[in-house]
Design a protein around this ligand. Sequence first.
Ligand SMILES: C[S@@+](CC[C@H](N)C(=O)[O-])C[C@H]1O[C@@H](n2cnc3c(N)ncnc32)[C@H](O)[C@@H]1O
Length: 189
Amino acid sequence: MLLSPLKFSHTLLSQLVSPGDHVVDATVGNGHDTIKLAQLVGKTGKVYGFDIQPQAIEETQKKVTLTGLTEQIELYCKGHETLDKTLPESVTLQAVVFNLGYLPKSDKSIITLPETTISAIEQGLNRLAIGGTILIMVYYGHEGGTDEKNAVKNYLQKLPQEQYAVLEYGFINQKNNPPFLLAIEKKRH
Ligand SMILES: C[S@@+](CC[C@H](N)C(=O)[O-])C[C@H]1O[C@@H](n2cnc3c(N)ncnc32)[C@H](O)[C@@H]1O
């Protein structure tokens, strides 16, 4: 069975993230990845979550409280491009997760943007541990989505292969711009 890009990204996360790790959910939205990550890092780890929409942060905060995962989650109503300024200097990351695009069933004009997405990826790469990975689910069917997809791919294609392994995973015979996964593993500093 071929896993969907989203299922494949979750499989990778389960293999990659262990109790005690520090990770970032760069696009919290409804908090699905935040909760999953919090379960993987456990009480001794930390999930730093970013979203620019107060509504997304508030709703996710409620889920966090309900699931009792408060200890390991810190949510910020801020852009992911502030990652470096926001996280304590000593923090090294095992994983950073992005879901590009807009929040489903919400304002479709609030989307992730090429410049801030690439800035956050760059900051994330600098903070990654060796063996750490950035996972980016690329949703690009909306207006502006193709520009962001192209800009991100263009940036990632230029990363030095001695330092990073960059993977693209997705179905190529599906209609309507199906989402796909980009994964970047840090091999050395
Ligand atoms: C596709 S949704 C994320 C879905 C989420 N992972 C979930 O489980 O529901 C994209 C999110 O990115 C947020 N976003 C847009 N620009 C952002 C930025 N510069 N920094 C952080 N979040 C941003 C949007 O507000 C939106 O909630």
